[in-house]
Design a protein around this ligand. Sequence first.
Ligand code: XMP
Length: 512
Amino acid sequence: MAIIAVLDFGSQYTQVIARRIREIEVLTRIYHFTTPAAKLADENVSGVILSGGPASVTAEDAPRPDPEIFNLGVPVLGICYGLQLMSTMLGGAVRHSDRREYGRGMLKVEAANSPLFAGIPSDSRVWNSHGDKIDQLPEGFIQSAATENSDFAAIEDRERRFFGLQFHPEVSHTDHGREILENFLFKICHCEQNWTMSGYIEKSVNEIRNRVGDKRVILGLSGGVDSSVAAALVHRAIGSQLTCVFVDNGLLLKNERANVEKLYSDNFTFKLKIAEASDRFLDALAGVTDPEIKRKAIGRVFIEVFEDAIHEIGEVHFLGQGTLYPDVIESVNIAGNPSAVIKSHHNVGGLPEKMNLKLLEPLRELFKDEVRALGTELGLAKEVLWRQPFPGPGLGVRVIGEVTIERLDVLREADAILEEEMFQADLYYKLWQSFCLFLPVRTVGVMGDERTYDNVIALRLVESTDAMTADWARIPYDVLQIVSNRIINEVKGVNRVVLDISSKPPATIEWE
Ligand code: XMP
């Protein structure tokens, strides 16, 4: 299958470029910018895209690709930093400019018959975010489009099939970005449209069957999108050789376990093993208030419980996981591109080596939106595929401070009311997340004629597209009022509800 290679120079938009190309049904993969040209040749790439990035090509330590990529004989498209790289590496000159050009610009296509701009109006809006400017074009290139601030908004060397764009075709604010990418893929690289989820199922089912043979697979089901789709896909391939394990850690939402059981008895015939372990988790959390220690404790007990479940099942060779593509892309660390660990996320790290299990990760190639499309093809319900994210450590990080069964019960009841009202107001699927937190403070209230001294519930309602940034959701006051009234009236032990109005950054979505 034809592949388009996207070389990553650390742009916040690199993954967006790849997703846009996949939407056009062409396979693309993201490669670290240091990837040797010979490796790309081995993978039979039919075109290379150089991403944007936070660096300046005029800096001494500017990240550069293997120069041999320009000798692969395939088309190259440089976007933003990628265009400037192409210009400098092929003999042109780029000047550092202190004034950055951000936001919208009007693009004027100037070259006649440019294949990149075929069918695109001569004037259209584009999205810019760059500082440096081309001073002198490399030999063989012509200018093909301009904006009011930049003469070299697009350049090309049609003979060698090298193209450069100063603006970002991958973002939705660029009017004809998709058509520009389609022109690059079809008119210039001659790709075929063959990346579809039905094709992916067929290929993946064959690969899983070949790899697993007659061995057994175990998969930890959380009830979330990724593990559910991974389970459905592995099940399609090997049926009853798959056993799913659902760990009931006592940190689940109300009815979560029953929902998972029902869902799977309705949809599948794979074996589902429920590992009841609430006590083990609560014991490990007793007296712990530090968020990182809580997270580590939950992760550790999870692995222990999972290990025990495997022993009970008998001989197992593979551990299935719903790992997604964004988790496996090698990150590019360039100044201006923060990637420090803020919270330790929960997974089964360490288990495969210890138990001598091979990893089976059938979603490793896919973005989240592709996983949902795949799940739809496999027949999973909307309620599973469009569920809001739920953190691995569950309510353990939503009971702030010490986790006790009483606090968990209060939180579960409050959260169930919020969820019900979010569905009622048609907001559940519109928000990235909407959930309650239990705060470790008590405040005074008055109910009837009685003084109360009870707990506080906080509401966290956020909008986001990828959880990297988020803003608090401006939902109608009327809905907030219903939620607050219901929680205070219906949940015993709560006399106050507060609303979190912090964005991420500087806050995070979860509180711990
Ligand atoms: P933060 O709180 O870092 O959360 O803004 C970003 C997104 O990640 C979810 N989250 C987790 N997901 N394991 C997960 O699978 C975890 O340990 C974890 N911690 C946070 C969070 O709900 C939000 O969607």
